[in-house]
Design a protein around this ligand. Structure first.
Ligand code: SAM
Length: 288
């Protein structure tokens, strides 16, 4: 365990109203996962941090957030070796993920951290979470990376995104309140697909992009889209919860000489980018 473990009581969510019954039950499940989170699963190695701020409109860390941090932990040795100089999380919510990354890298790298969220309240909660851990980041309220393109162009070494990925009616995407944290429109892809168009211009030559997806998002198609843009991909974490089949995908420029051994839950290791993608494609096809 890399970080201090402590988690405060989870918020009450029964008053949430969303047309997405999937998401309501998911948020209820989230409450369960919080109360039994620490050390509950031998597979879960999440960096655990103290959440100091919360708000009914801000997404609290859930299985997807934990999976993303677990992916970073699984990749820790490689991340440290890369000595990232600039890390960015898009859609930072409570700040759990960017704070975890900063803690994971704290002793070994002197990276600069950026985080964005479309929600002013989320940005504030993220600042509080970072500050409670003695960390700092530039937290910007914006749509994805709007306004930061020039500043970040070609310089992001670690890019993180746990997007609003739940398939919903289109009008829920970007809606007010907590809905915007999960509503992903058609196949849950509306925000994801916008993000995919920005990765190439943001990532440095050695940059890595980690993104959470759901089976309904068609991760295999996402990998193909990114392949056309010159990115190799790999599933770093695949996790089945009661309601979701989550994957953390990792992308890197295909022209990088080689990938590395890794030790994630999906198994495998020491494969080339090409073989890693193709060997996973058959599996991707069978995702629920
Ligand atoms: C599923 S939550 C993830 C929160 C946090 N990263 C985590 O893993 O716990 C998605 C986050 O993306 C933010 N978001 C949604 N649409 C966005 C957009 N267009 N630009 C920036 N952030 C967005 C939401 O406000 C929410 O905080």
């Amino acid at each position: 365990m890399d970080c201090v473990v402590e988690l405060e009581k989870h918020k009450t969510v029964d008053s949430l109203h969303s047309p997405s019954s999937l998401r309501i039950s998911r948020v209820r499940e989230q409450r369960k996962s919080f109360s039994s989170w620490q050390g509950a699963s031998p597979r879960r190695r999440s960096a655990s941090i103290r959440l100091v701020g919360r708000h009914p409109d801000v997404y609290e860390p859930c299985d997807d957030s934990f999976a993303l941090v677990d992916a970073l932990l699984a990749d820790k040795a490689n991340l440290v070796e890369r000595r990232p100089k600039l890390c960015l999380e898009v859609g930072c919510g409570s700040g759990y993920v960017i704070t975890s990354l900063a803690l994971i890298l704290a002793d070994e790298c002197h990276a600069q951290f950026f985080a964005t969220d479309i929600s002013q309240t989320a940005a504030q909660v993220t600042r509080e979470t970072l500050s409670a851990h003695g960390l700092q980041a530039d937290v910007v309220v914006t749509d994805l990376v709007h306004g930061l393109e020039k500043r970040l162009a070609g310089s992001v070494d670690v890019l993180l995104f746990n997007p609003p990925y739940v398939p919903t009616p289109e009008h829920e995407v970007g809606a007010a309140g907590i809905t915007a944290t999960w509503a992903g429109g058609d196949r849950g892809r509306v925000v994801i697909d916008r993000m995919l168009t920005m990765v190439d211009s943001l990532l440095s030559s050695k940059g890595w992009f980690y993104m959470v997806t759901l089976t309904a998002n068609n991760p295999s198609e996402i990998c193909q889209i990114m392949k056309k843009k010159g990115f190799a991909s790999r599933i770093v974490i695949q996790r089945y919860t009661e309601e979701e089949n989550l994957h953390v995908l990792k992308f890197w420029r295909e022209d990088l000489a080689f990938d590395y051994d890794y030790n994630a839950e999906t198994g495998g290791g020491g494969t080339t980018p090409q073989s890693s993608l193709s060997s996973k494609m058959s599996r991707l096809a069978f995702w629920r």
